[in-house]
Design a protein around this ligand. Structure first.
Ligand SMILES: NC(=O)c1ccc[n+]([C@@H]2O[C@H](COP(=O)([O-])OP(=O)(O)OC[C@H]3O[C@@H](n4cnc5c(N)ncnc54)[C@H](OP(=O)(O)O)[C@@H]3O)[C@@H](O)[C@H]2O)c1
Length: 230
């Protein structure tokens, strides 16, 4: 097992749900975590060694500032994102733009900005994707398009940086009990039973398991879904 203690990580989406669970799990292992979110209150209480970074990832200048301040980096976890559903016939294009900026463009620009530090540290990049990847269906076209794109970025990046010692992982979780999922259930008019869904800590455990593997191994894709059926 590879020891994570003393490493430095940037985790986006750390103010809620899966990102918060990953930030907490890394901090527990002795990782110094730069925890990125837009809401200060969501970034409190993630553990000692966690440094809140309040910024909007759709703001290029804010990403540049973060990259200037993070001198050393071993792990970059992309977990921030936006979601909205609706049929292509009438889902507003502004919703597509918003999801594109948060789900695809932001991980792209952040990776670009932090790649020099990641390469010199021979680090890891983790893209928290979604089980929607490969499973687009009616009503989810906009969100699915960003997730298919994110998988393409991850696969291309892996091919580009493996030779520089950097590993790249995509994680494809199914429905996970987070504030986002509570909102989706409400919108779908379904009863919300979080205990039957994946837990954010389950996804965090899968990510840490991959990161902790010796560097003779690279986990490229993890599919993880709730054990219970609807
Ligand atoms: N929950 C699920 O069922 C599920 C399933 C598969 C995949 N995923 C993926 O897992 C990731 C996290 O999902 P979640 O359910 O934990 O979501 P969530 O509870 O809604 O949290 C989303 C996070 O993204 C951050 N964020 C969104 N836009 C941002 C921006 N422009 N700049 C900075 N931060 C931004 C939010 O920050 P603020 O709140 O501070 O604004 C928040 O921390 C997403 O990429 C999602 O696609 C989730």
């Amino acid at each position: 097992m590879s020891d994570l203690a003393g490493r430095v990580a940037v985790v986006t989406g750390a103010s809620s749900g899966i990102g918060a669970a990953i930030a907490r799990a890394l901090a527990k292992r002795g990782v110094e975590v730069h925890a990125v979110g837009r809401r200060a209150e969501g970034l409190d209480g993630l553990g000692s060694g966690v440094r809140p970074r309040i910024l909007d990832l759709t703001d290029d200048a804010a990403i540049d500032t973060l990259a200037e301040e993070v001198m050393r980096l071993d792990v970059l976890v992309h977990c921030a994102g936006a979601i909205s559903h609706g049929p292509i016939a009438d889902a507003p294009v502004e919703n597509l733009d918003r999801q594109y900026r948060a789900n695809l463009r932001a991980p792209y620009t952040l990776t670009q900005a932090l790649l020099p530090a990641l390469c010199s540290g021979k680090g890891d990049v983790v893209f928290v994707n979604s089980s929607i990847y490969g499973n687009a269906r009616a009503g989810v076209g906009q969100f699915a398009a960003t997730q298919y794109g994110l998988a393409a970025i991850a696969d291309a990046l892996r091919d580009e940086v493996n030779g520089l010692g950097v590993r790249v992982l995509s994680v494809f979780p199914g429905r996970t009990a987070t504030p986002r999922q509570a909102r989706l259930h409400e919108a779908e008019g379904r009863p919300y039973r979080p205990e039957r869904l994946l837990q954010p800590e389950d996804v965090a455990a899968a990510v840490l398991g991959a990161l902790e593997l010796p560097r003779t191994a690279e986990v490229t894709d993890v599919r993880i879904r709730p054990f219970f059926k609807w």
